[in-house]
Design a protein around this ligand. Structure first.
Ligand code: UTP
Length: 467
């Protein structure tokens, strides 16, 4: 389409303000805005604007997901609970997982393209330090766990990191500045996710300056399309990598490439698997694994009614209790399909900077809508999946908010508690008899193994930080 045709289309879509802004510009400013305008996917934008108007979510065929949900048959998704697991099954899964890692069949995929607007940190969230004595950033914790595991297996474990155009350069800089935290630079590959224009609450595409359209990353579910389109996908296919181990940047206790979970997934022979934690309390705001019309999915806490939230089985256990931690394993073959038939777009109301005609304004309250794909929308396409319950205190401490629950303070508290528990076990003493706080470097221990058995050794081990 020529710029003249695009201008007509934009006006029809209620975006005449972009046309009049373009007409005010000259020289490089004109070219910049013209280029942004020509890059807009007008069909998709028209669908997204219609979605905002009807205030619902659309799938790729334009079907309204909200009205669908009224007819949906929803049931809890069963999961392999901790009570059902034994030390024998753990040992078997760990061995299977280690074998698959040693054979190079599994690659790690970190989704790190988010904007972390709730935390309010001005930079890639992975570069965020949350006041640990070691000074480690989230990226450092993830990197050194992968390094430790790889050293134990005698294998450089492959790691792909999804960034967004907004944080790509800074992310790479963080890794370069820290010498890739000891990993080899060949072992890590970075690829960028897509973006979509942000729009105001009244449906107008927002500007980031006089000559630029404001965009926002297209959600963590954008990882499938972006990964599939990137060079990495083809490189990994050639290397014989068959499965992706997906995890989020903000969980400071995540165990990337956890052999036990990989073994569980392989043992179950499904095309995807996730770890789950039980809810801390019935109304916890966490997505729950469920079966929707018999297909696996995650339903938002807001989609469950009070009856479902509190429903229990005959033993008094909550029925909807498999909390999503955003740790998934998926067969690479599924990506092919996800890349050709895009996932649904959901609306998120966020604080997004906007140009008001004379300057860039940074709002203190959500002012705009961005469109996001969610990772879990891939699960119905997997037909069936296996879920493994893990112990929350050992695997889950996300940093989402600036304070309160899921904040830097709560994450630090949970990490130090876990490390104290590990040490007390290694020392064979009660935790209450261990004074002070301890942080254990992932270079020393991936999951509580390899720790000193005497207090004297603890004091002289440089990879244990005591305060
Ligand atoms: P969140 O859903 O918490 O989003 O991301 P966020 O953007 O980091 O934070 P808020 O909502 O603005 O406060 C969960 C995981 O998904 C990644 C994040 O980096 C995090 O690892 N993510 C999120 C992406 O990679 N891309 C996105 O577009 C959104």
């Amino acid at each position: 389409m020529s710029i003249v045709e695009v201008k007509i289309e934009l006006s029809k879509l209620g975006q005449a303000h972009l046309v009049s802004q373009l007409e005010k510009l000259q020289g490089s400013e004109y070219q910049d805005l013209e280029s942004d305008i020509l890059h807009l996917d007008l069909n998709l934008i028209s669908e997204l604007l219609a979605q905002v108007e009807s205030n619902s979510s659309l799938n790729n065929s334009g079907e309204d997901l909200k009205s669908d949900s009224i007819r949906d048959e929803v049931a809890p998704h069963p999961f392999n609970s901790q009570a059902e697991q034994s030390s024998q099954s753990h040992a078997k899964w760990s061995e299977l997982g280690q074998e698959a890692l040693s054979e190079g069949k599994v690659g790690a995929l970190l989704v790190a393209g988010g904007q972390g607007s709730r935390l309010g940190f001005d930079g890639p969230k992975g570069a965020y330090r949350f006041d640990l004595d070691s000074g480690a950033s989230l990226f450092q914790l993830h990197a050194q766990r992968i390094l430790n595991l790889g050293q134990r297996l005698g294998k450089e474990l492959p790691w792909a990191i999804m960034t967004s155009p907004q944080n790509h350069d800074e992310t790479i800089e963080h890794f370069e500045q820290h010498d890739y935290f000891g990993l080899s630079s060949d072992q890590i590959v970075f690829f960028q996710q897509g973006v979509l224009p942000a729009i105001s609450q009244d449906g107008k595409i927002i500007l980031a300056s006089a000559s630029r359209i404001q965009t926002a990353p297209d959600g963590n579910g954008g990882c499938f399309k972006a990964f599939h389109q990137s060079e990495v996908f083809h490189q990994w296919q050639k290397l014989g990598i068959e499965h992706l181990y997906i995890f989020s940047v903000d969980n400071c206790l995540v165990r990337p490439l956890d052999p036990r979970f990989i073994g569980f997934y392989l043992d179950n022979k499904k095309s995807s698997a996730s770890t789950v934690v039980k809810k801390a309390y019935p109304a916890e705001r966490v997505g729950i694994f469920a079966l929707k019309n018999q297909l696996p999915t995650v339903i938002e806490y807001s989609e469950l009614n009070d009856e479902q939230i509190n429903a229990t089985n005959s033993q008094g256990d909550l029925l909807y209790d498999g909390g999503n931690m955003a740790i998934h394993l998926i067969d690479m073959k599924i990506l092919q399909e996800a890349a050709t038939a895009p996932l649904a777009y959901h609306q998120a109301h966020k604080k997004i900077s906007f140009w008001n005609g004379s300057e860039l304004v940074h709002p203190s309250e959500p002012n705009a809508i961005k469109f996001e794909q969610f990772m879990f929308d891939i699960f119905p396409r997997c037909q069936s999946m296996a879920l493994l319950e893990v112990e929350r205190t050992e695997h889950f401490a996300p940093i989402k908010n600036a304070e309160g629950n899921d904040s830097p303070q709560s994450a630090k508290f949970l990490l130090l508690n876990l490390h104290k528990k590990w040490l007390a076990k290694a020392l064979n003493i009660n935790e209450s008899n261990l004074d002070g706080q301890y942080e254990i470097s992932p270079l020393l221990s991936y999951q509580g193994e390899n720790l000193p058995s005497t207090l004297d050794e603890v004091k002289t081990t440089p990879l244990i930080f005591r305060s």
